[in-house]
Design a protein around this ligand. Structure first.
Ligand SMILES: Cc1cc2nc3c(=O)[nH]c(=O)nc-3n(C[C@H](O)[C@H](O)[C@H](O)COP(=O)(O)OP(=O)(O)OC[C@H]3O[C@@H](n4cnc5c(N)ncnc54)[C@H](O)[C@@H]3O)c2cc1C
Length: 489
């Protein structure tokens, strides 16, 4: 096994987009399943903790090591298409998957916007993108996977084969995973990899952030590309109107046209993007943003009919007008290059926050990313955003809010500039986590828990779900060797 010393050459593998740094001495880059399996077996036999890593685009520090060894799967890349099913190796980047799909007139619909992410990383974090309203998260497009377990077994799991009931799940090796607390019902708020009744065993490994098994090959369901896609941006002077508009657009319905995306970006996010645009050549293609809009909403429509979806476009414009918008404050795109330009805006939201954080860290390296993904009922979005903004104003910490208005899931980012603000920001995130639960929602609903949000998980998840996760971890990885310091308290 060619374990390399991290040295200076591999130091970048100790960091990810959380802007935190991990530590370990050795790294291995498997190029095939056999090498991956062997590397895992070596670590388990020697009792050495091991972190598996994909593209390092995670923002919760799940993929950076906390001692032990590091396995990076970035060289395990490749895909094979059969009909509309794409078999991919775990380290295949989302950009490669989209390219392979496009060549066949197909798409891999979920789009967590960061195309440098690997498929295993996206599955392990249960990533989802702006179009989650219609297409759900990445795992829901996984038909089958090969999971390498710490005990040396290799399971091929097909969706629908093994399902949890109220007390556990049958397993491919004939055993039964028995859990002591009754499981929540489908649709109830769920934290981490805690199972619910009727959940597929395959989905246990999706979202477990590399703490239960290492994912090898995956089979993905691709979808026919729509005949028409329209990406629309609506700029509002008042953010409350933008959220009312979002709710109205989500209620619109047509036979042929589907709304896949309704994303909200607040004024502060737009200001950060404008700042980033001034210094980034990659964002040069983005059209000039209007001066000081209060918020913007990005709506995406798809249709299988080749004719432009006139009725749907007019209905969106009319909803915009009824919430105070004027037509000149809209941007529309319907060709792939134009749409890609507008997608830059949504993608730039997370990048702009990170770039600002990097600047602050030049002055004070101990500053870290503070971000919560709070899922609440859509009807509570306006009071919730008001609460976040009031708290942000009161504490004087800069903040930026954006995300999936369509399903009530917003990312609230804080940009502390002092250690005192960092501590205040951490307590704000805890407060908002409790507030989301009071509203019937949950915190930590996207991007993983990783190392950054473990304490928050311990505080906000129901005791039954925490104990189910602990029992499952003890079952699959009794010596806690996989993903040390990630996810579980
Ligand atoms: C600008 C930007 C925008 C983003 N936008 C979104 C977004 O819209 N939605 C969203 O959900 N996320 C988003 N993210 C976060 C990130 O892209 C996703 O979490 C992504 O899925 C991580 O994939 P990765 O390959 O980089 O994984 P890594 O960061 O390398 O690792 C993430 C986790 O996956 C595990 N993992 C990796 N490979 C394996 C394997 N073979 N087996 C088991 N576990 C494995 C790791 O152990 C770790 O726990 C964004 C990030 C950035 C920087």
């Amino acid at each position: 096994m060619n374990w390399q010393s991290i040295g200076d050459r591999c130091v970048d593998y100790l960091r990810d987009e959380s802007r935190l740094s991990g530590h370990c001495d050795t790294i291995f880059f498997p190029e095939n399943t056999q090498a991956l399996q062997q590397a895992l077996a070596d670590c388990v036999r020697a009792g050495i903790p091991v972190t598996v890593q994909g593209g390092r685009t995670g923002i919760a520090a799940a993929g950076i090591p906390s001692g032990g060894r590091l396995i990076c799967v970035e060289k395990m890349s490749g895909c094979q298409l059969q009909g509309s099913v794409l078999t991919v190796q775990c380290g295949t980047r989302l950009s490669e998957i989209q390219a392979a799909a496009r060549q066949a007139g197909l798409v891999f619909p979920p789009n967590p916007t960061e195309s440098g992410a690997t498929i295993a990383g996206a599955v392990a974090c249960a990533a989802s993108g702006p179009n989650c309203l219609y297409y759900g998260d990445v795992p829901s497009h996984v038909l089958a996977m090969d999971a390498l377990l710490p005990d040396g077994q290799r399971w091929t799991l097909k969706r629908g084969q093994y399902l949890f009931d109220d007390s556990g799940c049958p397993l491919p090796d004939g055993r039964h995973l028995a859990l002591s607390a009754p499981l929540p019902k489908r649709g109830e708020p769920r934290w981490g990899f805690a199972p619910y009744q009727g959940m597929d065993l395959l989905d246990l490994f999706c979202g477990s952030e590399g703490t239960l098994a290492v994912l090898d090959c995956l089979r993905l369901q691709l979808t026919a590309a729509p005949a028409q896609t329209w990406c629309l941006l609506f700029f509002f002077s008042d953010w409350r109107q933008s959220l009312r508009f979002s709710q109205e657009v989500c209620r619109l319905h047509w036979q042929e046209v589907r709304i896949t995306t309704v994303e909200f970006l607040d004024q502060a996010t737009l200001a950060l993007i404008r700042e980033l645009r001034a210094s980034s050549s990659a964002l040069g293609a983005l059209p000039d943003l209007p001066e000081a809009p209060g918020a913007t909403v990005l709506v995406e429509l798809e249709s299988d009919d080749p004719a432009p979806p006139q009725d749907a476009l007019l209905a969106c414009l009319s909803a915009f007008a009824s919430h105070g918008g004027v037509e000149s404050d809209t941007w529309a795109a319907s060709t792939p290059p134009e749409i890609a330009r507008l997608h830059l805006l949504r993608h730039a939201a997370a990048e702009a926050v990170n770039t600002r954080l990097d600047l602050c860290r030049l002055e004070l390296p101990e500053l870290s990313k503070l971000c919560g993904a709070f899922q609440i009922p859509v009807s509570e979005l306006i009071p919730a955003v008001q609460t976040y903004q009031d708290d942000i104003k009161r504490t004087g910490i800069s903040g930026a809010i954006f995300g999936h208005a369509s399903i009530g899931r917003l990312h609230v980012n804080l940009l502390p500039e002092t250690v005192q603000q960092l501590q205040t920001g951490q307590s704000l995130l805890e407060r908002w986590a409790r507030y989301s639960a009071e509203l019937g929602g949950r915190a930590l609903s996207e991007n993983g828990i990783g190392k950054l949000h473990r304490a928050q998980l311990a505080q906000s998840a129901p005791a039954g779900q925490l104990s189910a996760m602990a029992e499952i971890k003890a079952f699959f990885d009794p010596r806690h060797l996989l993903g040390p310091d990630t996810l579980l308290p």
